[in-house]
Design a protein around this ligand. Structure first.
Ligand SMILES: Nc1nc2c(c(=O)[nH]1)N[C@H]1C(S)=C(S)[C@@H](COP(=O)(O)OP(=O)(O)OC[C@H]3O[C@@H](n4cnc5c(=O)[nH]c(N)nc54)[C@H](O)[C@@H]3O)O[C@H]1N2
Ligand SMILES: Nc1nc2c(c(=O)[nH]1)N[C@H]1C(S)=C(S)[C@@H](COP(=O)(O)OP(=O)(O)OC[C@H]3O[C@@H](n4cnc5c(=O)[nH]c(N)nc54)[C@H](O)[C@@H]3O)O[C@H]1N2
Ligand code: SF4
Ligand SMILES: [Mo]
Length: 717
């Protein structure tokens, strides 16, 4: 058999591992290995990336557009016909209800699809609709609040790789390859290297995670208690004068440091230790290692604190530690976290002052949620669809997401989807959301398209000037009618008489552009010309001219607002809460445990039903519980239980796990089916049935309580 070799990079998560594939004469992937030539990942690859063969050629992949018939069956439809029909319905809805009645949901699949990630929000804008939603606002919306409430440092935080310490809060980056730490590619090897260099690692997590195993100080906190612990840490740092006094005097408004001291003073060691469930010694040790022993290195966080109650407050306090300890890059320092496919832009050692953007925009009729960075809050999407009145959403275009499974309050969300006049899903698989859709438009998969890496609002995701250009290494399966995602949005805009803009350029709306032409537009001002990036199929760390942090500009007089009135007030509220561990009140009922979010290394969000091999290995969603707690309930691994919250009950199968702290049930998301089953083996337990999207919402973002949820473990007989 004739075979050929090809290289590309995986786009399931931001690690973007280089892969080497063997492809047979029928254009099928027959072997996948890590690409040792890839300077970012050096041959590292994970189980998820290795499923490329099944994902591209497996039986569950959709190869034709589908339309739902009145009897509920989906039948094949020609793509142009489908686009005609969808555009017609959209136009009718716009004529009657206005453009806001058309909503777009950008799912996690769009994040790793270079053009779609930029073009889809532009498409919503071109329709003149403000109803743009994305997974960003159900993931870490707090990170869209803090920079505008506290202020931002123009030159960014110090990186792990150039620091003495790092404090990682609620992120298991060694399994999740989270974007937030710089150690996205081959993270275990990376952390070992940093530890060998002398990095002091502090981890705060209810689980002794893969990441926590490398920690010098590990605080095994109760989920939901970050704000208390952080206030306690700030209190210790300030009392010992371990903060960076020079940085503070230059960049914090007069009087604010004293106000901060005052606001955290009630978070004394005894109180914090009791509430967080962490010993006094360990808390002191974390503060001392971070702020006294080490003078460089950031506090970083991801979904853990953000999904717990008061995520905005926690995120603010995290960044306050970075500010008071001055954990930012200073003028004259060289930096290497540069995206070669983006334009060069200077970074200044100055505060970009807070502007509380949300206060200048109208708030939603649902829970008064604010819009942030041009996005509406996904936690309100179901109610925006279900609530009659001005602004009610009638059509939803689901771009690369599976919100029927991923959104909290699963039943409410299902009702919302059901009540839409038009639901369109753009996805290569027949997900639960696709099954509920009027039209399902499948797309090319990652190894069939031209592409570039993830770009994320100027975030330094990759800590070196790494770049790679993906070319199609094979065509889509024979007979398939699949297109690049962008073509669908272009095709609909064209029919609706709208002009799309990409990277500031108005697109030709008569003749469809090519993907390559769109990537040219995306990189028109790039630091490294795209043609140079194309020369290195395994990617390259480019030899860009040295970049140095510039001194503050003379006109820069911004200051951090470390303790605005709303933060002061929330801190006071937290201090007044009564928490008795093991006896949690929620909506009038008492619960013994707290449910804690987590991800697992080999499963990506809602992907399980789509991939047979993944499903065989990870058929259900275990409830990981400390063995002592299981013993107390006379339960063993594999026993069936119900996990019960104030909102719902889900069947689950328990699994003894010493890494989970006592008093906590640790469960992942992404499981569940069209129907809610009483059998945890059927589609796996859906934690989103346990979560109300009407109660326990955070301020500003209406972020839902997705971690630290009071639950009971009910034995089944
Ligand atoms: N309870 C609970 N709920 C959660 C979370 C939690 O921790 N707990 N996590 C939340 C978070 S952080 C997130 S990001 C969301 C994720 O929510 P979603 O984005 O809704 O879920 P995914 O499973 O990531 O869906 C991605 C979809 O994109 C498709 N896809 C992949 N590549 C492409 C492509 O190139 N084109 C197209 N068109 N489709 C593609 C995949 O087949 C998949 O169906 O879930 C959230 N929900
Ligand atoms: N394998 C895999 N990788 C993924 C994903 C996946 O589904 N699978 N999803 C991707 C997505 S969409 C995202 S957003 C990122 C997320 O990336 P991460 O945030 O790093 O994801 P997790 O591994 O779930 O880490 C969250 C950690 O928070 C802890 N935690 C829970 N509640 C609390 C709390 O109240 N306080 C504190 N301090 N900790 C808490 C959990 O125990 C867990 O270890 O991962 C991405 N990568
Ligand atoms: S870590 Fe796994 S899923 Fe993420 S890019 Fe690498 S191979 Fe793909
Ligand atoms: Mo996410």
């Amino acid at each position: 058999m004739n075979t050929r070799e090809a290289v590309s990079f995986c786009r399931i998560c931001p690690a973007h591992c280089g892969l080497r594939m063997t492809i047979d004469e029928n254009d099928r992937i027959i072997r996948v290995v890590g690409d040792k030539e890839n300077p970012l990942s050096n041959g590292y690859v994970c189980f998820k990336g290795l499923q490329a063969e099944e994902a591209h050629h497996g039986p569950t992949r959709l190869l034709h557009p589908l339309k739902k018939m009145p009897d509920g069956r989906h039948v094949k439809i020609d793509l142009e016909q489908a686009l005609d029909e969808i555009a017609d319905i959209m136009q009718q809805i716009i004529d009657i209800h206005g453009p806001d009645a058309i909503a777009g949901f950008s799912g996690n699949g769009a994040v790793y699809n270079h053009i779609t990630f930029s073009l889809f929000p532009q498409w919503i804008q071109a329709l003149e609709s403000s109803s743009y939603f994305s997974t960003m606002t159900i993931d870490q919306p707090a990170k869209m609040v803090t920079p505008f409430r506290l202020g931002m440092w123009g030159a960014g935080r110090q990186l792990i790789t150039e620091s003495q310490t790092v404090m990682i809060i609620g992120s298991n980056t060694l399994a999740s390859h989270s974007t937030n730490h710089g150690l996205v590619a081959a993270p275990t090897k990376a952390i070992k290297k940093e530890k060998k260099r002398g990095l002091k690692l502090i981890v705060i997590d209810p689980r002794m995670t893969e990441t926590a195993r490398y920690a010098d100080v590990f605080l095994q906190i109760f989920p939901g208690e970050d704000a208390t612990l952080l206030a306690g840490l700030i209190n210790i740092i300030m009392n010992n004068n371990w903060h960076d006094q020079t940085f503070c005097s230059e960049h914090i408004a007069p009087g604010h440091l004293e106000q901060l001291r005052e606001s955290v003073s009630a978070f004394d060691l005894d109180y914090v230790s009791q509430r967080a469930g962490v010993s006094r010694e360990d808390i002191l040790s974390a503060a001392k290692v971070f702020a006294e022993d080490c003078k460089t290195g950031p506090v970083l966080s991801c979904t853990g604190p953000s999904m717990s109650p008061r995520g905005n407050l926690s995120d603010h306090l995290i960044e306050v530690i970075n500010v008071v300890c001055g954990r930012f890059r200073r003028a004259g320092e060289r930096y290497m976290d540069i995206n070669p496919w983006l334009p060069a832009f200077p970074r200044y050692a100055e505060v970009i002052p807070p502007n509380r953007t949300w206060e200048q925009e109208p708030s939603s009729r649902i829970f008064g949620a604010q819009s942030l960075a041009g996005e509406r809050m996904s936690s309100t999407l179901a109610d925006e669809i279900l609530t009659p009145g001005e602004g009610q959403i009638k059509a939803l275009i689901n771009a690369s997401g599976n919100p029927a499974i991923s959104m909290p309050d699963k039943r409410k969300f299902a009702n919302a989807l059901q009540s839409l006049e038009l639901l369109v899903t753009v996805d290569p698989f027949m997900t639960v959301t696709a099954k509920a859709s009027d039209y399902v438009l499948p797309t090319k998969m990652m190894y069939e398209r031209f592409d570039l890496p993830l770009t994320f609002m100027g975030f330094p995701i990759y800590i070196q000037p790494w770049g790679q250009y993906a070319t199609p290494i094979m065509p889509p399966p024979k007979g398939a009618e699949v297109v690049d995602d962008w073509y669908i949005y272009w095709g609909l805009a064209k029919r609706l008489g709208k002009t799309l803009r990409l990277n500031g350029v108005a697109l030709d709306m008569k003749t469809a552009p090519t993907t390559e032409a769109l990537l040219d537009i995306m990189t028109k001002d790039s630091l490294v010309p795209l043609d140079d990036i194309k020369k290195y199929p395994s990617g390259k760390i480019f030899d860009v001219p040295p970049h140095f942090v510039q001194p503050a500009r003379p006109e820069a007089d911004g200051k951090f607002d470390i303790i605005p009135a709303d933060i002061q007030q929330e801190l006071a509220e937290v201090r007044q809460e009564t928490v008795v561990h093991g006896h949690y009140e929620s909506n009038g009922t008492y619960f013994s445990h707290r449910l804690s979010v987590r991800r697992t290394r080999n499963v990506m969000n809602t992907v399980v039903p789509q991939l047979q091999k993944t499903k065989e290995q990870y058929p259900y969603n275990p409830a990981w519980i400390n063995p002592q707690d299981l013993q107390a309930y006379e339960l063993c691994s594999g026993d069936k239980v119900y996990i019960v919250s104030d909102h719902g009950r889900v069947p689950a199968i328990v699994e003894a796990d010493e890494t989970v702290r006592s008093g906590v049930v640790s469960m992942s998301h992404g499981y569940g089916g069209e129907q809610d089953s009483d059998n945890a083996l059927e589609n796996g337990s859906s934690v989103n049935l346990l979560i109300s999207s009407s109660r326990n919402l955070d301020n500003i973002t209406a972020m839902v309580r997705m971690s630290g949820i009071p639950v009971n473990i009910e034995k089944r007989t």
